[in-house]
Design a protein around this ligand. Structure first.
Ligand code: ZN
Length: 438
């Protein structure tokens, strides 16, 4: 197992048992874990704070929750599986008829062995989730329901890892971390984001990177509310979601559809033979909905494998670490590392002397092409060199050159570096403008 694979597995195993929600100790504990791995600033936004059109809800914490027979036997126990309790259940301690209890139970008749995941963040209620098989076994006339939870003024927590680069232009990676014991839906992306950030933290960076770990919807809304200036600096962004199942990668474009991030990831998907897995933007899914809302319209897409709701394990107890494939996690991480390599190297060059073709032989750049000894291979061929010389007009980025020439991006980068070393190309000072001109 590679080091990255081992780390990804460690994060999943460590975080799976924690009962996360959109607020509370489980969320804080998760952020604390991430903060041990990468530089993370943890923010606490008080209950009642207005954020865009929303308000930070009360903080929810649970000590205990169970359904007992009147004889005192536990028939459903939150300590056995934290999906058993509907998130944001209010405190209860009373005896209820089976009919009343039934209105508070959630199960999946078509998947009778699985526990569903249910939430009730913004309405006061309580409920339990259980397998349909266990539900059918509840035949007593009455049961005692005990939920020892608190819904009190507190705060919403989120984590922000900012890695400054030479440029203030930012790349945003965002993952939700509000789901309890669900592996593909939240932990896969969290663990990949930790490793991606860790790799970036240890290198010099041309661009600045911001990793957000926050509760879905309300977290992104909160961040956008307080970070309009930072949002203005986001040049590229990716929401990371289900990255560990066995499906091939899927990329959902930003609302703009033609942002540079859409072109970059579109190319990586094409290179991986996954062009048919690139989807248009739709206003459903994860926090790309918020980043791509009309007032922000940030260039943020979403990278995933199975889209949300499209796999039978989604939001059930079957979305556990056994459902994940380590190879899927490492492949997801590798694609993102290739993306970083493009982001860090895409540049706009201009010919220092734009008239005609410079004499390459004199500069040792022509002869090299006849040398087939791979130890002398400069990483590009003659055609790539000519493409770069032709397109280095200050209007084409390295990525544009790779697209137009059909040459690999890294060979264009290598050819540009060789030409720059000979003084034939100069940087324009522009990194790359976003396709929309924003
Ligand atoms: Zn979910």
């Amino acid at each position: 197992m590679s080091r990255a694979a081992a780390e990804l597995q460690t994060h999943i195993d460590a975080l799976f048992p924690i009962c996360r929600s959109i607020t509370g100790q489980g969320l804080r504990q998760t952020l604390g874990y991430i903060a041990d791995k990468i530089p993370l600033r943890i923010w606490e936004v008080p209950t009642g704070t207005a954020v865009l059109d929303w308000e930070i809800p009360p903080e929810w914490n649970v000590r205990h929750a169970a359904i007992y027979t009147l004889a005192g036997d536990r028939v459903v126990d939150f300590s056995q599986h934290n999906l058993h309790l509907v998130q944001y259940s209010e405190p209860v301690d009373r005896i209820v008829s089976r009919e009343e209890l039934d209105t508070h139970l959630h199960s999946l008749p078509n998947q009778p062995d699985l526990i569903p995941y249910r939430t009730a963040y913004y309405r006061r209620t309580w409920g339990f989730c259980l397998s349909h098989r266990d539900r059918l076994a509840l035949t007593d006339d009455a049961y005692r329901v005990v939920i020892v939870s608190t819904l009190e003024p507190g705060s919403l927590s989120y984590g922000e890892c900012f890695l400054p680069g030479a440029s203030s232009d930012e790349v945003l990676f965002s993952s939700h971390c509000c789901h309890p014991s669900l592996a593909n839906d939240n932990l896969s992306a969290i663990s990949v984001a930790i490793e991606l950030a860790r790799g970036l933290a240890g290198r010099t960076r041309r661009l600045s990177y911001r990793f957000l770990f926050m509760p879905g919807t309300i977290g992104a809304i909160t961040w956008l509310h307080f970070n309009r200036d930072a949002a203005d600096r986001v040049r590229h962004g990716v929401v990371l979601s289900c990255l560990g199942d066995s499906a091939p990668l899927t990329y959902k474009r930003s609302r703009r559809g033609d942002a540079m991030i859409d072109r970059y990831i579109g190319r990586l998907m094409q290179d991986a033979g996954l062009a048919d897995r690139v989807r248009p933007f739709i206003p459903m899914g994860y926090d790309e909905r918020q980043y791509c809302s009309p007032g922000f319209n940030l260039p943020v897409g979403c990278l995933m494998r199975s889209p949300p709701g499209s796999f039978p394990e989604y939001h059930t107890s079957a979305d556990n670490p056994g459902f994940l494939r380590l190879q899927s996690l490492t492949d997801s991480l590798e694609l993102l590392e290739r993306l970083i390599s493009i982001l860090e190297n895409d540049a706009i060059w201009v010919r220092t002397n734009p008239y005609g073709e410079p004499q390459l032989g004199r500069r040792g750049l022509y002869a090299q092409q006849d040398n087939h000894d791979p130890s002398h291979c400069p990483g590009f061929d003659q055609e790539t060199l000519l493409w770069v010389l032709n397109l280095a007009d200050g209007q084409h980025s390295s990525f544009d050159m790779a697209e137009l020439s059909g040459k690999s991006f890294m060979s264009v980068v290598a050819a540009s570096a060789a030409l720059a070393e000979e003084g034939l190309l100069a940087p324009t000072g522009l990194i790359t403008a976003d396709a929309s001109g924003a």
